[in-house]
Design a protein around this ligand. Structure first.
Ligand code: FES
Length: 144
C-alpha cells in the first residue's frame, strides 16, 4: 500500500510546525476529504542575490499521505530559489516518496499547491523587489 518512505515521513515528519512572522503563507484544502494544509516560508537572498527559501514549515490536518507529502515538499523546497521551488510539481512529490497508491495521488496536490500559494503570497507582498530585480536585469542586458 504505502512505500516505506511514505510511512517514514508520516511517522516522523520533517519541518512540521509554524514559522513566526513568515514571509509567505499558503493554505489549501481538499473539499472532497476536508483535509487542510498550510505552508509557511522564510525568504532570504543567497550569495548570487537570488531569493531562496531559507526556512519552511507545514501544518496539516489530514491523512497519512497528506502528512508525508507535506514533509517531502518542505524538504524539496528548502534552500531552493523561488523559481526552482515554484516548479516542484505534485508528481515530483509523489515520485520522491517512491510513489503513492492511485487512490491517494490526489493527496500530493495539497502539498505542491500549498507551497506554490506560499510563494505567490510572498511575491504579492513584495512587488517592488520584483520590479527592482527586473530593472537590474534590464541594465545587465543593456550593458552587454
Ligand atoms: Fe485528504 Fe489525503 S485523503 S488529502
Amino acid at each position: 500500500m504505502y512505500s516505506n518512505l511514505v510511512l517514514k515521513h508520516f511517522t516522523n515528519p520533517k519541518n512540521q510546525g509554524r514559522i513566526k512572522n513568515p514571509d509567505g503563507v499558503g493554505t489549501v484544502g481538499n473539499p472532497a476529504c476536508g483535509d487542510i494544509m498550510t505552508v509557511y516560508i522564510k525568504v532570504k537572498k543567497n550569495k548570487k542575490g537570488e531569493e531562496t527559501i531559507s526556512d519552511i514549515k507545514f501544518e496539516t490536518l489530514g491523512c497519512a499521505a497528506a502528512i508525508a507529502t507535506s514533509s517531502m515538499v518542505t524538504q524539496l523546497a528548502k534552500n531552493k530559489d523561488l523559481d526552482t521551488a515554484a516548479k516542484i510539481t505534485r508528481q515530483d512529490v509523489a515520485d520522491e516518496l517512491h510513489g503513492l497508491p492511485a487512490a491517494k495521488m490526489h493527496c500530493s496536490n495539497l502539498a505542491a499547491d500549498a507551497l506554490h500559494r506560499a510563494i505567490e503570497n510572498f511575491q504579492s507582498k513584495h512587488p517592488k523587489k520584483a520590479r527592482k530585480a527586473s530593472g537590474r536585469e534590464k541594465k545587465r542586458i543593456r550593458r552587454r
